[in-house]
Design a protein around this ligand. Structure first.
Ligand code: MSP
Length: 648
């Protein structure tokens, strides 16, 4: 069986997991499950990076022995990964005995052959990023990456001859254009190598919590040198299994640690005479309101609480909540670039893609099998040939997307199939076929739905393992590798279930409650706590008809001038253009916006509101703004439009 070996970065043990850090292990899990769907035997490793000064300090602050501290923290990471359905083969800890041995063996080998030598280091060190820095790297005297204070270090260390590998690395990059992806990261690293590489310090004399240098117990191995080697540990370095497993097919890492993986690690492997990894993919960051989610910024989203909130408010069970989160993380953005977390988008994806599109398709299909069972009893349940080619070619395209780690594109294509089937129901009008007794046509319709859902159930498996198995169980069709999907019917074996609600729809009031809960959580995590916004009103939503809605004429307007209305801090007078018309609007947004910020912006206005006088000024319309608690945001079109555009 063909093998596939992939790894995530290993996580600093003293950080609490957040949505950003777990997004990486979820993406890796999607790849691992996808590779299994191709029929490969997968070795998938993740784990924790446990040595270093900051870990020692964190344990000390809690007055715990460092071994106890790291063991408990590693358990917490592992527990979360299990909760997120991460199908890792090995959770490696850098305190594992086999890892310590591999690190010491490699250090010794490189020393024996002269690639590691004793020298003295004088310079800066960032404890958070565990990185040696040059004076010229610092920004305002601080770490260029995390912005925290740096330490001055002057000690005798062992150095690795990185400079020796500069030419070999460049040649490697030239011969392997796909070595580091996306290509912008490849180009960055080539530029760094071309700029010249210096030898790096790979031991510390002042850090006790580390792996001792085998021939000099006064020194411990530099935490990055130790951590990178985890990949060789999981492959069984030193055992007979190693040759079969090495090299990794994929190192999945974040864009902040490309130099370690794309320069130092390959040079170490060259020194050790080992093959280099086949591919390093550096993803972007999950941001919160435009900034990298990170503990030090206090803007992290806690994945555990997010799952708990989803479960509680939507009344779904844990594995479905986990799958919904995995779907959101995989579907938003282009993998490799930064993405901003938004709980609104998460819920929108839940309601539209999951509940409306996929959930409804399954439920409607099962309902029809229940209802029309007798009519189609003697007709063959065979899918219509016409759609077979579309499904087959989509599987090929989706494989290409997943091979390129473009999960969002792969899922988008999967949803093209979902919506092709939804549209087919509208076009075929099975209720009419049933009414006129067209049994064969109805059976072909249902056979197409069933076979299509069988494809879709298997296609969503890497991203949503539970949803996949529930869907396939409901239609009574097997989980298979993608190459064995064939466009043919199940014979006369019909699904037994007549209804399955995979995802209940989220109602608007639940949405409000969810957002409030999320906001409270963010507030609690943030560096400057604020009062939580008021609880949403418990009043039931009053429904309106589409005709009521159409009475409101919404249009895009451009703000040409803005000024405060005298003697009030709340009102701003706006001069707006709505197509060919000019209007004055008085808006109660003065506590949230300065007039200067507004000029040139596009907004949405209610164009057919009766004029009314505010502070003596006639306001000819109203603008739309969203607010929660004491925050407010004006609504604006996502891309600039000609003003006057109608909003439907
Ligand atoms: N311990 C090192 C890695 C050693 S690998 C031999 C480390 N740890 S980390 O905990 O800081 O980061 C682990 C991974 O999580 C990195 O790939 C990093 O890019 C990723 N992320 C951390 N915050 C992130 C986001 N906000 N968004 C996406 N991924 C991010 O570095």
């Amino acid at each position: 069986m063909e093998k596939y070996f992939l790894t995530t970065a290993i996580y600093y043990i003293n950080d609490k997991p957040h949505l950003g850090s777990v997004s990486e292990v979820i993406a890796a899990d999607v790849v691992a499950r996808y590779q299994r769907k191709l029929g490969k035997s997968v070795l998938f490793s993740t784990g924790t990076d446990e040595h270093s000064q900051k870990v020692e300090r964190s344990a000390l602050a809690l007055r715990q022995p460092v071994e106890q501290y790291t063991t408990e923290a590693a358990e917490a990471w592992k527990h979360l990964f299990d909760r997120l359905a991460i199908s890792y083969s090995r959770f490696v800890r850098t305190t594992d005995a086999d890892h310590i041995k591999v690190v010491q063996d490699m250090f010794q080998k490189l020393y024996d052959q002269g690639d590691i030598y004793k020298g003295s280091y004088e310079g800066w060190y960032c404890v958070k990023d565990e990185e040696f820095l040059l004076e010229s790297d610092l920004v305002d005297g601080k770490c260029p990456h995390c912005g925290l204070e740096v330490q001055h270090v002057s000690e005798v260390n062992y150095f690795f001859r990185l400079s020796k590998y500069q030419d070999a690395l460049l040649a490697w990059y030239e011969r392997h254009p796909g070595f580091v992806q996306p290509s912008m990261r490849y180009n960055e690293l080539v530029n760094v190598i071309r700029g010249g590489l210096r030898d790096i310090s790979v031991s510390r004399s002042t850090v006790k919590w580390g792996i001792p240098v085998p021939f000099d117990p006064e020194q411990t191995v530099y935490v990055w040198f130790d951590a990178l080697i985890n990949y060789a540990t999981v492959a069984g370095y030193g055992s007979s299994a190693f040759a079969d497993t090495w090299p990794p097919d994929l190192h999945l890492i974040g864009k902040d640690i490309t130099r370690f993986h794309g320069i130092i690690w390959p040079a170490m492997l060259m020194g050790l005479g080992l093959p280099l990894p086949r591919r390093i993919f550096a993803h972007g960051f999950w941001d919160f309101e435009g900034e990298k989610m990170s503990k030090s910024l206090g803007n992290v989203v806690d994945p555990s609480s997010l799952i708990d909130t989803l479960r509680r408010l939507i009344d779904i069970d844990e594995p479905v909540a986990v799958d919904a989160l995995r779907y959101y993380l995989s579907r938003e953005g282009t993998y490799g670039l930064d993405v901003d977390f938004s709980s609104q988008r998460l819920l929108l994806r839940f309601n539209t893609d999951l509940a409306n599109d996929l959930g409804n398709l399954l439920n409607r299909t099962l309902n029809m099998f229940g209802r029309y069972r007798d009519i189609i009893r003697n007709s063959p349940i065979i899918p219509k040939p016409a759609l077979g080619a579309l499904f087959a070619s989509m599987v090929t395209d989706i494989e290409r997307d997943y091979d390129g780690l473009q999960f969002s594109a792969g899922l988008e294509k999967t949803w093209t199939l979902v919506n092709t089937l939804n549209k087919m129901i509208e076009d075929d009008k099975p209720w009419a076929l049933a009414a006129s007794g067209e049994a064969d046509a109805l059976a072909a319709h249902l056979g197409t739905l069933l076979t299509g859902l069988w494809y879709i159930g298997n296609l969503v498996e890497p991203c949503m393992p539970t949803v996949s198995s529930r869907l396939l169980r409901a239609i009574g069709r097997p989980q298979v590798t993608w190459d064995t999907l064939v466009w043919q019917g199940p014979g006369q074996e019909l699904p037994e279930a007549t209804s399955t609600v995979l995802f209940p729809r989220i109602r608007p009031e639940q949405l409000d409650e969810f957002l409030t809960a999320q906001k409270r959580q963010k507030t609690a995590a943030g560096p400057q706590p604020q009062a939580p916004p008021p609880a949403p009103s418990a009043e039931p939503e009053r429904l309106i008809s589409i005709d009521d809605f159409l009475k409101v004429h919404l249009r895009v307007a451009t703000i040409l001038e803005a000024e405060r209305v005298p003697d009030t801090d709340k009102l701003i007078k706006l001069h707006v253009r709505v197509g060919t018309e000019h209007r004055t609007i008085v808006a109660g947004i003065g506590k949230h916006y300065e007039p200067d910020m507004l000029v040139g912006k596009q907004i949405v206005v209610v164009a057919n509101l009766e004029p009314r006088k505010l502070k003596g000024i006639v306001s000819q319309g109203m603008l739309l703004a969203a607010s929660i608690g004491d925050e407010m945001a004006l609504l604006t079109p996502m891309t600039e439009l000609a003003d006057g555009a109608d909003i439907h």
